[in-house]
Ligand binder design. Structure first.
Ligand code: MTE
Ligand code: CO
Length: 418
């Protein structure tokens, strides 16, 4: 490791004495700073009282931190997607209002009192649950990422979108509270020939997918809370399916029905879109697990280096649908030398991990990349390695290594090196 996180100049305390040690972090021995010498408006008047903001929102100075869409990507904003502003976030939790949205028929505004979840098909007793019924089962709290299989899909043929929000922002990471799907299925009693479960949404798209019974009985949740509060309408209020580590498309929102069957159904969605094309033109129908992936979120095209040379913090996120992320490597020279990044924050299975790499920037051009290792030993491939066995015609499941080129001004750009 060339980074030196132990060299801690104490800001303020060391202004005069520690000038040499501090230059790298940009702190100046400057007494006439008007931000210190002048009174500010917030020093001089009383602020809002506790009744002014019954449901809080971010500072107006954070107004640029928002989900964004790419207008030319889809024909209309109803069957569309927007993107999580990964470059504005830190830690591992995605705030509820910033979780990317992917809808096929817009946001369903469901009245929980009139919402029902039905289990039918190959079960001993078909059942209908109200929200209150669901909440009488034992619940669990678990943190998981949801990644759309189309995340980074625009990047298969070469670098295209200029920002990690757009290249990697079809992901969010949330602490869910929900009832294990297994409890509800066991309540209905799955017949021995019940091998598949088909969740269905209550939105106008009535989205369905086929999930093998082993996965349904393993770690799926019927979730009603995200990060402690009720699901947002955008995320499937009042109840959604959580399918840990598997592609986002299966995480049916506004969940209204679970049918048990003896074989997979044919879904418009997965046969037309959520299928991976291979080099020889054939298709891979079932690709459920999201392989290990990572991206540097800062610096990145929407978050240039603005402080000049010297001490610089690189950070990013990594995840794997097969387990946790014990290690991430970072390179600043396009892969000639790799450095093991510092992981910080919770390390949960099938959840986002946060990494940092601190270094002294000499002001020269950089080629930044990160490479995730997951707990199964799998290492994130380069885009060329992926193309070698998946071809260039794919859209889905692009987990290749991302490169940002940073110029002498600190401006970052989406590029590819090979
Ligand atoms: N569920 C329903 N009912 N309708 C939908 O359009 N979109 C799916 C899935 N579940 C969808 C749905 C897709 S493709 C993805 S990637 C995830 O929801 C997105 O979840 P999010 O909007 O919470 O990010
Ligand atoms: Co999706």
């Amino acid at each position: 490791m060339t980074s030196n996180p132990t060299r801690r100049g104490v800001l303020g305390a060391g202004l005069a004495a520690g000038a040499a040690a501090l230059t790298g972090r940009g702190a100046k021995a400057q007494a006439a700073d008007p931000a210190i010498t002048n009174l500010q408006p917030w020093n001089q008047a009383l602020g809002d009282g506790v009744d002014a903001r019954p449901y809080g929102s971010p500072s107006p100075h954070e107004a640029h931190v928002k989900r964004r869409n790419v207008e030319w990507l889809t024909a209309d904003p109803v069957s569309s997607v927007n993107f999580t502003p990964l470059h504005e976030l830190d830690g591992v939790i995605t705030p509820n209002g910033l979780c990317f949205e992917r809808h096929h028929a817009g946001i369903a505004e469901v009245d929980p009192a009139r919402h029902r979840l039905m289990i039918n098909g190959l079960v001993d007793t078909p059942l209908v649950f109200t929200m209150q019924d669901i909440m009488r089962f034992p619940r669990e709290n678990r943190m998981y990422f949801l990644e759309c299989a189309a995340n980074s899909g625009m990047e298969w043929r070469g670098s295209q979108l200029n920002g990690c929000q757009f290249t990697h922002g079809m992901i969010h990471n949330v602490l869910y509270t929900g009832v294990p799907l297994r409890y509800l299925l066991e309540e209905a009693g799955v017949k021995t020939n019940g091998k598949w479960v088909m969740p269905e949404g209550a939105d106008a798209s009535a989205m369905t997918r086929s999930i093998p019974i082993e996965k349904a009985m393993d770690d799926c949740l019927v979730a009603f809370k995200m990060n402690g509060e009720a699901l947002r309408p955008e995320q499937g209020y009042p109840v959604r399916l959580v399918v840990p580590g598997w592609e986002g498309n299966m995480w049916v929102k506004w969940l209204r029905r679970l049918e048990v069957g003896d074989q997979p159904w044919h879904h418009r969605e997965e046969t037309s879109k959520y299928t991976d094309l291979l080099e020889d033109g054939s298709a891979r129908r079932f690709t459920w697990v999201m392989d290990a992936k990572s991206v540097i979120t800062n610096p990145s095209p929407q978050a240039p280096i603005t402080h000049g040379r010297g001490h610089t913090v690189i950070t990013g996120v990594a995840w794997s649908g097969r387990g946790s992320i014990p290690r991430v490597d970072v390179t600043i020279d396009g892969g000639k030398t790799w450095h093991q990044a510092r992981m910080s924050g919770p390390s949960a299975e099938k959840s986002l991990h946060r990494f940092y790499y601190e270094f002294d920037w000499d002001g020269g051009p950089l080629l930044l990349q990160s490479r995730a290792h997951d707990s199964t030993g799998y290492v994130q491939p380069t885009k060329d390695q992926l193309r070698a066995f998946r071809g260039e015609n794919s859209i889905y499941h692009n987990n290749g290594i991302q490169t940002w080129y940073v110029n002498e001004q600190g401006v970052a750009e989406n590029v590819e090196v090979s």
